[in-house]
Design a protein around this ligand. Structure first.
Ligand SMILES: O=C(O)/C=C/C(=O)CC(=O)CC(=O)O
Ligand SMILES: [Ca+2]
Ligand SMILES: [Mg+2]
Length: 403
C-alpha cells in the first residue's frame, strides 16, 4: 500500500513503476521520471535529496545512464522507489519531486542503438505467408528452428504521439505497372519491444539465462508498415522502406521484474531446438500480456502475447549467437502479436484479410488500411502480485497526409 492513495487496480500502481523521460510546461528540460498513479516522480530531484549515491545513474536527458548501469543498480533504484512510496516517513520528503502526470510532455525515453524486429507469432507468420506467398507453405522451413528477424532503422523510432507521415514509395499495381506515390496500404503491427540495458562483449554469445541481466524492460511498439511498398521491395533481402519510415514506442518502459507474475510457459515446441534455444525446463519467459488495438477509439483487436512461439530470452540468445554484441539502448521487438482467433490479429492486413474483408467500426465507418487522420492506439496489461494490474501504458500515433 502506498500513502499516495492509488486504487489497487491502477495499471501504474506501486507494482509497476515504469520509467520514462518527461518535461513540463514550467520546466521543459527532459529528465527521467517514474509513473505512479496520476503522478510522475521526478527521478533526479528525488535522488538528489533521498539517494545522492544514485543520482549519477538517473541524471541526464534520457534513461541511457540508468540502462547502462546494469541490473544491480536497477534493483537498487526500484527498491528505493518502493520504500519511498510505501513508508509514510517519505511522504513529505518526496512531495517536492511529484509532478502531475497530466502536465507532462513525454520524450523518447532512451537513445535507440540498434533496432531489430522479430517474427515470433506463428499465427501472424502463417497469415502473412498465405497472403504474401500464396501457393507455398505459409511457414518457411526455418520458422520453427530459429526466431526469424531483420534489422530495422533505429533512427526513425519515435515516441508515442508523434505524427506518422504517410510514406511514399514504389509499388506495383494490379496490372503490373510500377509507380511511385503515397502508400495505399498503410498498416500497423502491434508488438512488444525489449529494451537492452547492459551491453555485451563482441565475439561472446549471450546465453538465454542471462536475459534478465541484459534486458532492462519492455515497451509497446507499433511497427507501421506500408504493405504495397513492402510487397514489391522485400524479395530477396527483406523489409526495407516499407517499414523504415517510422516505428512508434510507448513512453513508459516497464521493468522486467514488474512482469514476474506474468511469466508463463510458452507454447509447446513442435520441432526439437538446438541447445542454445532449447528452453524446455528452463525458467519460462512466455508473458501473459493482453493487448488492445484501438482504431479511432474503437477496439479492433485483442491480441494475447502468451501465445507467442518464441520468447524474448530466445530472441536475445539468437541475436547474439554469432558473437554480435549488445549495446545499451538496443531495441528488439517481438514481431506482430496475433492469436488464433480473428479478433486477435495484430495487423490490419490480417483483420481485413488483404482488403477482402473490410473492418466495420461501430461508428459506421469501414476500413481496410489506414486513412489520413486515423489514429491507432495500442495498450496492454499484465497480471501483477496480489491481484495488482501491471500496465504497459499506450503507444499511439495519427496518420498525416503524404508530404
Ligand atoms: O511474412 C512476411 O513476408 C512479412 C511479415 C511482416 O511484415 C511482419 C514483420 O515485420 C515481422 C512481424 O512483425 O512479425
Ligand atoms: Ca513487425
Ligand atoms: Mg516500422
Amino acid at each position: 500500500m502506498t500513502w499516495l492513495g492509488i486504487p489497487a487496480d491502477h495499471p501504474f500502481g506501486v507494482a509497476t513503476l515504469p520509467y520514462g523521460v518527461f518535461g513540463t510546461p514550467g520546466d521543459p528540460h527532459p529528465r527521467a521520471g517514474v509513473a505512479v498513479g496520476e503522478w510522475i516522480i521526478d527521478l533526479p530531484a528525488a535522488a538528489r535529496r533521498l539517494a545522492p549515491e544514485l543520482a549519477g545513474a538517473v541524471a541526464g536527458p534520457s534513461l541511457d545512464a540508468l540502462l547502462a548501469a546494469g541490473p544491480r543498480v536497477w534493483a537498487e533504484v526500484r527498491a528505493r522507489l518502493t520504500t519511498w512510496l510505501t513508508e509514510e516517513v517519505y511522504r513529505d520528503l518526496l512531495a517536492h519531486a511529484l509532478v502531475p502526470a497530466r502536465d507532462a510532455i513525454m520524450h523518447l525515453p532512451f537513445t535507440v542503438a540498434d533496432y531489430v524486429d522479430f517474427y515470433a507469432s506463428e499465427q501472424h507468420a502463417t497469415n502473412l505467408g498465405r497472403m504474401f506467398r500464396p501457393g507455398q507453405d505459409p511457414l518457411t522451413p526455418n520458422w520453427k528452428h530459429l526466431p526469424i528477424g531483420y534489422h530495422g532503422r533505429a533512427g526513425t523510432v519515435v515516441v508515442s504521439g508523434t505524427e506518422v507521415v504517410r510514406p511514399s514509395g514504389q509499388r506495383r499495381g494490379p496490372d503490373g505497372e510500377i509507380t511511385f506515390g503515397p502508400s495505399r496500404r498503410l498498416d500497423i503491427e502491434a508488438e512488444l519491444g525489449f529494451v537492452v540495458g547492459a551491453g555485451s562483449t563482441l565475439g561472446r554469445p549471450v546465453d538465454m539465462s542471462r536475459f534478465p541481466e541484459h534486458v532492462f524492460g519492455v515497451c509497446l511498439v507499433n511497427d507501421w508498415s506500408a504493405r504495397d511498398i513492402q510487397a514489391w521491395e522485400y524479395v530477396p533481402l527483406g523489409p526495407f522502406l516499407g517499414k523504415s519510415f517510422a516505428t512508434s514506442i510507448s513512453p513508459w518502459i516497464v521493468p522486467l521484474t514488474a512482469l514476474d507474475h506474468a511469466r508463463v510457459v510458452p507454447p509447446a515446441r513442435t520441432v526439437p531446438l538446438l541447445p542454445y534455444l532449447d528452453d524446455a525446463g528452463a525458467p519460462p519467459w512466455g508473458l501473459d500480456l493482453r493487448l488492445e488495438v484501438r482504431l479511432n477509439g474503437h477496439v479492433v483487436s485483442r491480441p494475447e502475447f502468451a501465445g507467442m512461439y518464441w520468447t524474448g530470452a530466445q530472441m536475445l540468445a539468437h541475436m547474439t549467437a554469432n558473437g554480435a554484441s549488445l549495446r545499451t539502448g538496443d531495441l528488439y521487438a517481438s514481431g506482430t502479436v496475433s492469436g488464433a482467433s480473428p479478433d486477435q490479429r495484430g495487423s490490419l492486413i490480417e483483420l481485413c484479410w488483404g482488403g477482402e474483408e473490410p473492418v466495420k467500426l461501430p461508428d459506421g465507418s469501414v476500413r481496410t488500411f489506414l486513412e489520413d487522420g486515423d489514429e491507432v492506439v495500442i495498450t496492454a496489461t499484465a497480471p501483477g502480485p496480489d491481484g495488482a494490474v501491471i500496465g504497459l501504458g499506450a503507444v499511439g500515433g495519427r496518420i498525416g497526409a503524404a508530404r
